[in-house]
Design a protein around this ligand. Structure first.
Ligand code: HEM
Length: 147
């Protein structure tokens, strides 16, 4: 319906530029919770956030996150099909010390990135549509985290 259309249309150009948009998102994430930096064991190579965000490992993780979002957008009609993958992803994040509450902070950072990129296109309906999708993704990751 309308929600899927809003998500697909807004992702069309963002999804083609994953790294720059992912950097906006993660810059915001580390602003909201700088302690999350410590969970990346390769962070020792860089002292401050801007340096971290240009390290290859960080950019790789940024890309990984954007690819998961891309997969969700491309499977909006059947998010169930991502269940196994997302459960496993949640388990992996439990193993590296990420708390499930932090997934919500990533959601805030995602909305911030959308707001920055879409300008007046960032409407209440669009925000809610994205939040609904992200909540489904995070719910599956959280089930995997607790397993
Ligand atoms: C892997 C941290 C959120 C997607 C990892 C790794 C770390 C990490 C340390 C392992 C090293 C690496 O692959 O770079 C975090 C932190 C997060 C976060 C601190 C903030 C709460 C997310 C979210 C997604 C995601 C929200 C997707 C929606 C991935 C993927 C991998 C990964 C796809 C690779 C898993 C694999 O090896 O199969 N993450 N992550 N991460 N993360 Fe995250």
């Amino acid at each position: 319906g309308k929600d899927k259309e809003l998500i697909r249309d807004s992702w069309e150009s963002l999804g083609k530029n994953k790294v720059p948009h992912g950097i906006v998102m993660f810059t915001r994430l580390f602003e909201l919770d700088p302690a999350l930096l410590n969970l990346f064991n390769y962070k020792t190579k860089c002292g401050v956030v801007p340096e971290c965000l240009s390290s290859p490992e960080f950019l790789e993780h940024v890309t990984k996150v954007m690819v998961v979002i891309d997969a969700a957008v491309n499977n909006l009609d059947d998010l169930e099909s991502l269940e196994e993958f997302l459960l496993n992803l949640g388990t992996k994040h439990q193993a590296v010390g990420v708390k499930t509450q932090s997934f919500a902070v990533v959601g805030e950072a995602l909305l911030y990135m959308l707001q920055c990129s879409l300008g007046t296109g960032y409407t209440a309906a669009l925000r809610q549509a994205w939040l609904n999708m992200y909540t489904i993704v995070v719910a599956a990751m959280t089930r995997g985290w607790a397993k």
